[in-house]
Design a binder for this molecule. Structure first.
Ligand code: URA
Length: 435
């Protein structure tokens, strides 16, 4: 087999066989197929797409490119979640403790942020001492102890995806439904997921700007799950505005803790309850209504917050910052943005908020950038908020005074004001399941 022939075949819109796809993934992972051929191939996929059989074959070849995590049976029912990436998305920090408090185990592999989107392992690294670089044995032992564990993905898990994702990021080939679906599902399959809830974001801050694309991505991933015997539910959720008010690692951990104290933002609380309920439903913990009640009880009773504190200690973190969030290190400098007119907030562009947070030091422009954990921004408003000229609408935090000029410009452009209140967009737009 020659890679050049496979590229030509895909360029001409033909479907590749399972063996041809395995040849590409194995060759690219072991270095015999170079980056330039892999980029030509992924670009051809962006233009020509893949059939469901090809997408499933790509997923499995990537899942098989490294180790598979295996959990002993005695760990019990396990649920997992994955978000396609957004701005202010701290749901894992709230949902995983809720589900664990309801008696279902959560062993979640999370990633770092890149570009305007945040990553859960970066958020967790804001907790002094917290370790995400755990071995499989450590993950199992943490899950056994406190019912949940959030760890970073290891180099051995789906290495083909790591290599391919880094390449796609710099060759404008991220935006492809089969490539995104295979990337996400290969990692979940390699990590041993059984009951998986996918949070497929749509809107300005998401990879899928249009809800029709988000639906197509969700359907593709649910179908891949079905073929592999995974129970999968995908929720299509609104990522047009940031989730909650806080964007930036420490700021988001604080907002997640407030949510677990029952005093979090409405949109974040609603989404977390729904994601947790869907995870419980997949694990047969009752009807959807019963699962929602269980999730709410875990949150408002404080039991979920106890789980988070337990997990933080079990993963080496200093849990005193969770019990008293005023102990978190703060940024040295801050600035606020004021409204320039009266009216209603019509839109808050999530991508611009994410970019502003990145410019403040909360995210990475390139994968080697060092992030400032306390940097980011906190909004004072949501779409629909009534404002008067001069009202504070956001506060920006940074270690570096020089970062403010660009960040204030970008964030200032994120707000659209109108004379009438906009129609609210529901948080959960649709759901697709294979169960
Ligand atoms: N998240 C992933 O893990 N992979 C993609 O390709 C896009 C988003």
């Amino acid at each position: 087999m020659r890679m050049v022939d496979l590229i030509a075949k895909k360029r001409n819109g033909e479907a590749l066989s399972r063996d041809e796809i395995r040849f590409f993934i194995e060759g690219y992972t072991n270095g015999t197929i170079p980056d330039y051929q892999a980029s030509a191939f992924t670009m051809a996929v962006c233009f020509r797409g893949m059939t469901p059989d090809e997408t499933a074959a790509l997923t499995m070849a990537m899942a098989d490119s490294g180790d598979r995590l295996e959990f002993p049976d005695l760990i019990g029912a396990r649920a997992d979640k994955h978000s396609t990436g957004g701005v202010g998305d701290k749901t894992t920090l709230v949902v995983a403790p809720i589900v664990a408090a309801c008696g279902v185990k959560v062993a979640k592999m999370s990633g770092r942020g890149l570009g305007h989107t945040g990553g859960t392992t970066d958020k967790l690294s804001a907790i002094p001492g917290f370790r995400t670089d755990l071995s499989t044995d450590e993950i199992v032992s943490v899950v056994r102890g406190c019912g949940l564990c959030v760890a970073g993905s290891t180099a051995e898990l789906a290495p083909a995806d790591k290599k391919l994702y880094a390449l796609r990021d710099v060759t404008a080939t991220v935006d492809s439904i089969p490539l995104i679906a295979a990337s996400i599902m290969s990692k979940k399959i390699a990590a041993g997921a059984q009951n998986l809830v996918l949070d497929v974001k749509t809107g300005s801050g998401a990879f899928m700007k249009r809800s029709s694309d988000a639906r197509a991505l969700a359907k593709t991933m649910v179908e891949i799950g079905k073929r592999q015997g995974l129970r999968v539910t995908a929720l299509i959720t609104n990522m047009d505005a940031p989730l909650g008010y806080a964007v930036g690692n420490t700021l988001e951990v604080i907002e997640a803790v407030q949510t677990l104290q029952g005093i979090g933002p409405e949109d974040l609380t609603e989404l977390c309850i729904e994601l947790a309920a869907q995870m419980l439903l997949l694990c047969e913990q009752g009807t959807l209504e019963e699962c929602r009640s269980k999730a709410k009880h875990a949150l408002y009773s404080g039991l979920a917050l106890e789980r988070l504190i337990w997990m933080v200690s079990a993963q080496g973190g200093d849990s005193s910052v969770i019990t008293d969030t005023s102990l978190f290190r703060k940024s040295r400098c801050f600035r606020s943005i004021k409204a320039r007119s009266d009216g209603y907030i019509r839109r808050i562009d999530a991508e611009k908020c994410g970019t502003a947070a990145m410019l403040l030091g909360a995210g990475r422009r390139t994968k080697d950038d060092v992030i400032h954990l306390a940097a980011g921004l906190v909004l004072d408003v949501k779409p629909g908020s009534a404002i008067r000229s001069g009202d504070r609408i956001a506060t920006l935090f940074s270690e570096n005074e020089d970062a403010f000029a660009d960040a204030v410009n970008v964030l200032g452009d994120a707000f659209e004001v109108s004379d009438v209140a906009p129609k609210p967009i529901p948080m959960v737009i649709d759901s697709i399941s294979n169960v």
